[in-house]
Design a protein around this ligand. Structure first.
Ligand code: ATP
Ligand code: PRP
Length: 244
């Protein structure tokens, strides 16, 4: 990869604000083929391989090193990174796309207020029903890490493909881990947040790969992005050291 590969979301709630973040700095993204075209160009950053992808694909590409930099959600970066924050650098938190990744249980569970109550409920549940409590989520790694940090082991993960909040009502799971912003979806589904169950306060970030290979041209383009100059210095140093 000789030029900077830069990605922003192609649709969804982060798209317009990501374009605005670049536009504020004089870098205009032009989609080829109109609103739904997935190819794009950007002006002002030199030669750049501009990509429009889903927020999840951007996070994955930054972690794999197939994308140098991009705008995505911190929740996705933290969940998809196998070794955690060592796989990416946050150049700037962007002040939009804010939401919390939380643990929620049915409101009817009056005895469960904390993660430690959840562990106790899990043990009681296993005795009574001969199976573990099921936790539905898209956030498989974040959930495993957080439950282990809270010493909760009496559970089994069920991977959710969407509409996670419906899982307790449909019987697909008992507990959920999902993202919330207004809380309306949790409320509508009769769920409450466990008091010490806030896993991550996420927002949109400009993230830079710690695993990509960098050419001088890619580093130069990166350094022009707001918040990224300090990361560019770090990467240049790392590049020099690895070649010396
Ligand atoms: N209320 C919210 N619900 C979900 N995500 C939110 C919310 N508020 C902010 N976000 C952020 O937006 C990111 C992407 O969500 P968005 O809904 O735009 O993508 P998506 O179109 O659902 O992606 P995909 O279709 O690939 O699942 C989330 O990972 C999170 O960082
Ligand atoms: O706290 P709230 O403001 O209610 O927002 C939270 C909901 O928004 C998202 O779903 P979305 O509607 O984007 O659908 P998705 O499941 O396809 O992401 C997220 O998965 C939650 O379900």
């Amino acid at each position: 990869m000789s030029v900077l590969s830069l990605a922003i979301p192609s649709k969804g709630r982060l798209k317009e604000k990501s374009e605005a973040f670049l536009m504020e700095q004089g870098f205009e993204v032009r989609q080829i083929g109109g609103e739904r075209g997935y190819q794009a160009e950007i002006t002002g950053l030199g030669e750049v391989d501009m990509r429009l992808l889903s927020a999840r694909e951007i996070a994955q590409g930054i972690i794999d090193g197939t994308i140098h930099a991009g705008v995505t959600g911190e929740d996705l970066l933290h969940d998809l990174a196998p070794t955690g924050p060592e796989d990416f650098h946050v150049a700037e938190r962007l002040g939009f796309g804010g939401a919390d990744v939380i643990v929620a249980v049915p409101q009817a569970w009056i005895d469960v207020d904390t993660m430690s109550d959840l562990e106790a409920a899990g043990a009681a549940f296993r005795k009574a029903h001969h199976r573990r409590l099921r936790v539905a989520t898209k956030y498989m790694r974040l959930t495993r890490r957080f439950f282990a940090a809270k010493s909760v082991g009496e559970y089994r993960l069920v991977e959710s493909a969407g509409a996670t909040e419906a899982a307790p009502a449909t019987g697909a799971a008992d507990v959920i881990v999902d993202i919330t912003s207004t809380g309306a979806t949790l409320k509508a589904n009769g769920l409450k947040i466990v008091s010490d169950g806030i896993i991550l306060k996420s927002e949109a970030v400009l993230a830079v790969s710690a695993n990509a290979s960098w050419s001088p041209a890619a580093l130069k383009s990166l350094s022009l992005l707001r918040g990224a100059a300090k990361i560019e210095k770090l990467l240049t140093l790392k590049n020099l050291n690895s070649h010396s």
